[in-house]
Design a protein around this ligand. Structure first.
Ligand code: ADP
Ligand code: MG
Length: 352
């Protein structure tokens, strides 16, 4: 890990692991727990049954959050420092990676508890907490700034705008407005036709987030759990006006991408017949390419295969160079998920 933080080359990829608690059904069924977390040593062990012997495999990460970890702790320890970098002018990305049902959306968005008036819910996830911190810092600095957000979903290598005003996408495919990715010289890629909302307060962003994730949930029910096969990307771009010591005006800009990835089981399962095969293949492409891009960055390899998937093209200006990346890998403690858990641990560990 230590070698991965390289100031000169600017490559900084941090990998943290989070294990969710057993849910009520799993507890009732006396589900066997096979994952143990040692937060202090930053280690996760998986007990594997090999030839009737339980063998522990241990993985080390930059940080480990066990089943009793709180949303606030994960944010304060793993995410808050990255949000600060965004305000210093870095482009940063936080990924949630893991099998469906392990807590990616819980970690990124939250547990769905509604905020009481003037009170932040304790189960609020990384996105609302990041927004809150960004506004708190900007207000404390009395900074002059502008901010805009986008929220999109990537499914089957196709982009859907979660902030688009019409709901037509899910009722009538003919009305779907295609969104195109275009190469844009040095800044990377331009998304044509994407709604960009200019925001002035944290409250406005929370509303946008609610609207977008509601749209994502609608899609999930209508299109048979689409969301487990789709990636969502919530991006905040901030421009801050600064006066240099020489009295010149300067604009500092930073971007924060918060990405809830498709379920990692989509990497290993073929998806079988019909359109499903294509789906699995395409999701494969974005998730696999992301892995390859991160590996290439971490290993300082010359060629970074950004162009091989829409996900990595979209995030190109925020992966590599003067950027910071944090992967939050999520796992279940249950024996029933062990195989997927091991593949998540392997994937996440390779990214380190
Ligand atoms: P994913 O997005 O990876 O498919 P979810 O975030 O939807 O998974 O989580 C599945 C279920 O487990 C949800 O009901 C969620 O509230 C619960 N859950 C996930 N992580 C935690 C956690 N760390 N603590 C408590 N409940 C959790
Ligand atoms: Mg989810």
């Amino acid at each position: 890990l230590s070698g991965k933080f390289d100031k000169e080359k600017g490559v900084n990829v941090q990998v943290v692991l989070r294990c969710r608690p057993l849910n009520d059904d799993e507890k009732k069924a006396n589900t066997q727990v096979v994952i143990s977390c040692n937060e202090h040593r930053r280690e996760v062990s998986a007990a594997q049954n090999i030839a009737n012997k339980l063998i522990d495999r241990t993985f080390t990460f930059d940080k480990v959050f066990g089943p009793t970890s709180k949303q606030k702790d994960l944010f304060d320890q793993a995410v808050a420092p990255i949000v600060n970098e965004v305000l210093e002018g870095y482009n940063c990305t936080i990924f949630a990676y893991g099998q469906t049902g392990t807590g990616k959306t819980y970690t990124m968005e939250g547990g769905g508890r509604k905020a009481k008036l003037g009170e932040f819910p304790s189960d609020a996830g990384v996105i609302p907490r990041s927004v809150k911190q960004i506004f708190e810092i900007l207000e404390a600095q009395c900074a002059e700034y502008s901010m805009k957000v986008t929220f999109l979903e990537l499914y089957n290598e196709e982009i859907t705008d979660l902030l688009a005003p019409d709901e037509s996408k899910f009722s009538d495919d003919k009305n779907k407005k295609p969104i195109a990715l275009m190469e844009d010289g040095k800044s990377g890629v331009l998304v044509r036709g994407l709604e960009e909302e200019v925001v002035y307060t944290a409250g406005e962003i929370y509303k946008i987030l609610d609207k977008g994730s509601a749209k994502r949930r609608t899609a999930e029910t209508l299109l048979n759990k689409q969301s487990s096969r789709s990636h969502s990307i919530f991006s905040i771009t901030i421009h801050i006006k600064e006066i240099t010591p020489e009295g010149e005006e300067m604009i500092k800009s930073g971007k924060l991408n918060l990405v809830d990835l498709a379920g990692s089981e989509n990497i290993s399962r073929s998806g079988a017949r019909d359109g499903r095969a294509r789906e699995a293949g395409e999701i494969n492409k974005s998730l696999l390419t992301l892995g390859r891009v991160i590996n290439a960055l971490v290993e300082h390899s010359g060629h970074i295969p950004y162009r091989d998937s829409k996900l990595t093209r979209l995030l190109r200006d925020s992966l590599g160079g003067k950027t910071k990346t944090c992967i939050i890998a999520t796992v279940s403690p249950s024996i029933l998920c062990l195989e997927e858990t091991l593949s998540t641990l392997d994937y996440a560990h390779r990214a380190k």
